[in-house]
Ligand binder design. Structure first.
Ligand SMILES: [Zn+2]
Ligand SMILES: [Zn+2]
Length: 170
């Protein structure tokens, strides 16, 4: 386990003890959940709460039903560390028994005190796609960049400038 990640997990759990809105949940049991990393190549998943085999979410989940929580390694860079804390908070909420993303979950999620971090998901997604893309289709006029797996070969134009996009290898 990444020492940095373990520390982060402890810090997030400690912050969670200070959130009155979740004091009815077994926050103290979260310490026992092992933390791990997603593959570097993951682009859609930012973090995940993996339950033990045979656990039925519909019957209610507690932290002891969780096998591990995995976080994207790029979220642990300095640039994204605030988002990593929020990801851990999000997955810990799943571990506390709220397994879906319904209204209750969203209300609890919004209790995380770092408002900026709560809004970083979209930017992190773009970051991951750019990192994994082999090509960028770049508008020479406005500089817009579109990460892609293939070359555009001059077939596409910028939506705003109508200029042909150029292929730049990453
Ligand atoms: Zn979730
Ligand atoms: Zn443009």
């Amino acid at each position: 386990m990444e020492p940095n990640l373990e520390e982060r997990g402890r810090a997030v759990i400690s912050a969670m003890r200070g959130i009155p809105g979740i004091s009815h949940l077994p926050v103290d049991e979260l310490d026992a959940i092992p933390l791990g990393l997603l593959r570097r190549s993951a682009t859609r998943l930012h973090a995940v709460c993996r339950y033990r085999k045979g656990v039925r979410k519909a019957e209610g989940v507690t932290p002891s039903d969780v096998r591990c929580i995995d976080v994207h390694p790029y979220a642990l860079t300095e640039e994204w560390s605030r988002y990593a804390d929020f990801l851990l908070y999000h997955e810990y909420l799943h571990a506390l028994g709220i397994s879906n993303h319904g209204r209750v979950f969203r209300e609890l999620e919004a209790l995380w005190p770092d408002e900026v971090a709560r809004g970083m998901g979209e930017g992190f997604g773009v970051h991951l796609r750019e990192r994994s893309a082999r090509w960028l289709w770049v508008c020479p006029s406005c500089g817009d960049r579109h990460p892609r797996a293939r070359r555009g070969n001059g077939r596409y134009r910028c939506r705003d400038c109508r200029v042909v996009l150029e292929d730049v290898e990453t």
